[in-house]
Design a protein around this ligand. Sequence first.
Ligand code: IMP
Length: 172
Amino acid sequence: MEIESTLISEAEIQKRVWELGQQISEDYSNREPVLVCVLKGAAVFFADLFRTVSIPVRCEFIQLSSYDDRTESSGHVRTVQGLNGNLHNADVVVVEDIVDTGQTLSFLMKEFQALEPASVKVCSLLNKPTRRIVSATIDYVGFEIPDTFVVGYGLDYAQKYRNLREIYHIKA
Ligand code: IMP
């Protein structure tokens, strides 16, 4: 696997992240939402997004796994590390890196609903709508991208490239 070309530049990412943060701040202006970071892929996006939110906000972290160093999801999503905070009656915003087949999000929504929050919305930096297997509602989308494997800005291939500042196509 090698890096092919830039898909989304650092400036484009920062502008869009700021817009998403403003939107979330407006939508939750009278509330104190809990932004939940889905590790590891969303960590970089989350750190930037969280700091653009201008209202009182809490954070929680959950770690999932489904890829096992491949570019195709195994479809078997599992929780590596669960939530520690109490989300009962909370306004939850799940922060994802990318929604691809939708299987991870579907798994997550079931996990969250069981905790009886007041509401659950989803914010994903990237959306690959053409690859959906399970339907998914995404309330806040950073960018829609074509069916291509991407890395950088938190996204990995076999745990590499998460530190890159832009989002790149990768080729086999
Ligand atoms: P889904 O369950 O197929 O929707 O996959 C969601 C997860 O797969 C994301 O949270 C990512 O961690 C990973 N993923 C999907 N597509 C890509 C990609 O193009 N690059 C890196 N990771 C990806």
